[in-house]
Design a protein around this ligand. Structure first.
Ligand SMILES: Nc1ncnc2c1ncn2[C@@H]1O[C@H](COP(=O)(O)OP(=O)(O)OP(=O)(O)O)[C@@H](O)[C@H]1O
Ligand SMILES: [Mg+2]
Length: 312
């Protein structure tokens, strides 16, 4: 993949001031009624597209983020956190909105629960984002869309965004994330249509089977390949690694299961950042997915990320 443009990826998506607590003592039955007390926590900029930019930046990708925040104190915090993490960002600040916040807890078994609140993400407006994309896309290799179902105002704009990417020869990468209960048929169709116009698609097993109404990954991949042979589909499957399609058959990349999960937040986004980084460095799809798995494993173990040499 050529990397002659100024940016490797620009990401659009939700953003949060995230508080992550490890070793939080909840059981698989959920949270008990009494007060639960965790210990150390971290406050980081979060959200699928932000995680992608943050991890990608650490791996050596040149990334930028476009998102929405309020004019409130958490908006200031988010701006500072993004800067501290080295994430180049265009944070649109709008009075009257509340910057989204997240509280993510992981128990010693590696299970995690998320709580979120705020109004800014749902108000991210294509009318504001599209002019920004017109400026940045000519100098960008990949347009990354993270957590699409949360971008409610984009339902009727995904088509125009795909057109813009096409006009400037930027490739679209999509990780739509969890499909919310009660999502409208219209939104499901809009996201599906966007996937079909993308170059890279990174769902998890559950998300993939649900969106395409298939009972297994192989069936879904075969169907997508018939429709859009150029689409690279990579399905993430937690401790079972990942799947991709090549030469008319499904391939499985196995991983060593991480039992000591320190922080499960953003495993999927780190995986995506790893795969894109490796593809940008000219690696084969199979090698890129292996690297994505290594990056995700390092992230959930809270270990140093494995870096690829710049020259290959
Ligand atoms: N317990 C584990 N042991 C080893 N690798 C793991 C484990 N959990 C996740 N991974 C790695 O992380 C990748 C992405 O994880 P997962 O399938 O949970 O994605 P996801 O559901 O999109 O995650 P997220 O919740 O971050 O959106 C997997 O493909 C795998 O490589
Ligand atoms: Mg995911």
């Amino acid at each position: 993949m050529a990397t002659s443009r100024a940016l490797d990826a620009v990401a659009i998506g939700t953003c949060y001031v995230d508080t992550n607590v490890e070793n939080f003592p909840f059981s698989s039955r959920g949270i008990a009624a009494e007060e639960l007390i965790g210990k150390r926590y971290e406050v980081v900029p979060g959200g699928s597209a932000v995680n992608f930019c943050r991890l990608g930046h650490e791996l050596g990708l040149r990334t930028a983020f476009i998102g929405m925040a309020g004019n409130d104190v958490n908006g200031d915090t988010l701006k500072n956190l993004l800067e501290q993490q080295g994430v180049q960002s265009d944070l649109i600040r709008q009075p009257g909105l509340q910057t989204n916040i997240g509280f993510n807890i992981t128990n010693p078994q590696g299970e995690h629960i998320m709580f979120v609140a705020g109004t800014a993400n749902a108000a991210l407006d294509p009318a504001v984002v599209i002019p920004k994309l017109k400026e940045v896309l000519p100098e960008t290799e990949i347009l990354y869309l993270g957590g699409c179902f949360k971008l409610k105002a984009f339902k009727d704009a995904f088509g125009e965004i795909a057109n813009l990417a096409g006009r400037f020869s930027a490739k679209v990468a999509i990780d739509h994330g969890r499909i919310p209960e009660g999502v409208s048929e219209g939104m499901l169709e809009a996201v599906k249509a966007l996937v079909l116009r993308s170059a890279y698609y990174f769902p998890s097993r559950e998300e993939f089977c649900r969106l395409w109404s298939v009972s297994n990954i192989s069936e879904g991949m075969r169907r997508l390949q018939e429709q859009v042979p150029q689409l690279v589909v990579v399905v993430k499957d937690g401790a079972n690694g990942a799947y991709y399609w090549t030469d008319n058959s499904i391939r499985h990349v196995e991983v060593e299961k991480v039992d000591e999960v320190v922080n499960a937040t953003g495993a999927g986004d780190s995986f995506n950042a790893g795969v894109i980084t490796a593809l940008m460095r000219g690696r084969s799809l199979g090698d890129a997915i292996t690297y994505g798995c290594e990056v995700a494993a390092a992230k959930i173990k809270a270990k140093e990320l494995p870096l690829l040499p710049i020259a290959t």
